[in-house]
Ligand binder design. Structure first.
Ligand code: GLY
Length: 561
């Protein structure tokens, strides 16, 4: 076991961080900005930008750094989506979502009586899809990167080898999940402190992961999908009941796809196409609310909330039925993105009562999704922008750490409809479009998004949050465009969520005043509050410079120069 930990509170590293121009979030920066879920990852991205790297160089460095410093969602054992806009306005999106292994089958998570075995798609080796992150980063860097590949990978080698000081939130989390990690990794892992409890400022050192990053640094794609790491992966599969093969690894291919584009008023929305549902759903939501005077009604006021809830209800009903991996299923994209279609969907909105979800469609319910994912937004000095959401699915994915290679495997297979047309443990089912098939990508809600205003970069935005991702991105955009909030205010503002089924509105604690709660209840809205929704990390391009919005719900940090 090649890991070490130490409880030396690393004052040295904290001092470095403070001097790295951590952003006072009311300030503006002209030369670039990085907003991510962890201060060490934001720092790595900013250093790459300062060295002359562009937004893609910084994105690769941040993706890999998050795999070290934010192991609950940052990853190389998972996947994600990238939306890119160059300073000249060229747009691209990269799908590096995990794929079902070749031995996957439609009924692989069902027992002999045809019922879902819930844990099998969530915990342990069988839950993992073929990771896409390393291939995605290699591909993005090859096309757009400016710095040498080794330069952008090296910070992650260093962070893993030398360690980084964990935050207070992280120490609590790692202490909480110790037993689960040991159950799935009896030989021990870097994340488990053998003697006593983790505390804020302890250094987390990951020697095996550092070696994996050395291989990726020196061999690129082959350093992960071939050779030593591929051997470790297959050995790990044999240790559990996993089915990822050498061929699956060799065959994995991330894909450039045409971004979804749409308009909201004068703004152009550039967002992620399937295999994420996020982009289409976001544009549908914006089309739904566009004709209504939300600005006049006000932020989180009665009519605004009801309009948004009714839009969300209708859009999530479509999502459950019509969206899946476009390589396997013909998504009716054109129709869904037609503003007229959305106007028609909203035409039965009844201001006297909540529309019961059962009246919207008798169709299938939305699949359950984990809320543990992570997003980061980057702009470089030339104005190139990257919006990336990346995930292992649940926190720490399948809880399996590949022995010898030190990275955590995703449990993304659970994002498929394990049993199309039939409710799972949580009373949720998905459609045929998202059934399991070898080589297929599981449907996602991740919504990395870039917005233009009159042909100029306006906003870079995204969030984790499973099915709440789409509604959080949607409301953050409205907070700026409709309600005039700064980027930080828009990110901090309380959010709420509705996803058609279950037929309930989920406001964050304190999102609605007592009077508004009463009005909503009188009209038939069922309120089911949540403590926290999403962790939005965003950048706004203003006439004074870039303004960051780092979500105070997490350790998220905006840094600029
Ligand atoms: N695993 C969460 C998502 O992809 O939406």
């Amino acid at each position: 076991m090649k890991y070490i930990y130490t409880s030396i509170a690393s004052i040295f590293l904290f001092v470095q961080l403070t001097s790295a121009q951590q952003v006072n979030q009311q300030e503006y920066y002209k030369k670039g900005m990085v907003v991510s879920a962890h201060p060490e990852a934001s720092k790595v991205g900013l250093e790459i930008l300062k060295k002359g790297g562009n937004a893609i160089d910084a994105a690769v460095a941040v993706q890999f750094a998050l795999a070290v410093v934010y192991p609950n969602a940052g990853n190389i054992g998972g996947g994600g989506f990238m939306v890119y806009r160059s300073a000249k306005g060229e747009i691209a999106s990269l799908d590096y979502r995990e794929k079902a292994p070749g031995l996957a089958s439609r009924d692989m998570y069902l027992d002999s009586t045809g019922n879902p075995i819930i844990k099998k798609s969530l915990l342990g080796h069988m839950a993992a899809g073929v990771p896409g992150t390393v291939d995605g980063m290699v591909k993005a860097h090859k096309k757009y990167g400016k710095l040498n590949w080794k330069e952008v990978v090296q910070p992650s080698v260093d962070l893993a080898a030398k360690g980084f000081p964990i935050t207070k939130k992280q120490s609590g989390e790692l202490n909480r999940i110790k037993a689960t990690f040991l159950r799935y990794n009896p030989a021990g892992v870097a994340f488990v402190k053998q003697d006593g409890q983790w505390k804020e400022g302890d250094l987390l050192i990951q020697k095996e992961l550092a070696h994996t990053f050395e291989l990726i640094r020196d061999k690129g794609r082959a350093g992960f999908y071939d050779g030593e790491v591929a051997d470790y992966m297959v050995k790990e599969m044999n240790r559990g009941e996993g089915i990822i093969s050498k061929k699956d690894l060799a065959d994995y291919d991330s894909k450039w796809r045409t971004p979804i584009t749409g308009n909201y008023k004068n703004y152009k929305i550039i967002t992620m196409p399937p295999s994420s549902s996020g982009g289409i759903a976001l544009v549908q939501l914006l089309h739904s609310v566009e004709p209504f005077p939300m600005k006049k009604w006000g932020h989180n006021q009665d009519s605004t909330i009801r309009l948004i809830v009714e839009a969300e209800r209708r859009v999530y009903a479509d999502r459950a039925t019509h969206l899946g991996d476009p390589d396997f299923y013909k998504v009716p994209q054109k129709q869904l993105l037609d503003p007229q279609y959305q106007r028609q969907r909203m035409s039965d909105l009844d201001w006297n009562r909540a529309t019961p979800s059962s009246e919207i469609s008798a169709g299938k319910l939305a699949p359950k999704e984990s809320e543990e994912t992570t997003h980061y937004s980057i702009v470089d000095k030339d104005g190139n922008a990257v919006s990336i959401t990346t995930t292992l699915n649940s926190a720490y994915g399948a809880m399996v750490v590949v022995q010898g290679a030190g990275f955590i495997l995703n449990n993304e297979m659970d994002d498929f409809s394990v049993k199309p047309g039939s409710p799972n443990k949580y009373g949720l089912v998905g459609g045929e479009a998202n059934s399991i098939a070898p080589g297929k990508r599981m449907l996602s809600s991740m919504t990395p998004t870039i917005i233009e205003d009159k042909g100029k970069l306006f906003m870079v935005v995204g969030t984790p949050g499973g099915s709440t991702i789409i509604t959080s991105v949607f409301q953050t955009i409205l907070n700026v465009i409709e309600f005039g909030q700064s980027m930080q205010e828009a990110v901090t503002s309380k959010r709420f969520h509705h996803q058609w089924l279950p037929d309930e509105v989920n406001p964050e604690t304190g999102a609605f005043s007592d009077a508004i709660q009463q009005k909503l209840t009188e009209k038939g809205y069922k309120l089911a509050p949540r403590t926290s929704i999403g962790r939005v990390d965003a950048i706004l391009n203003t006439s004074k410079g870039y303004q960051g919005g780092a979500d105070p719900r997490g350790d998220d940090t905006a840094m600029g120069w």
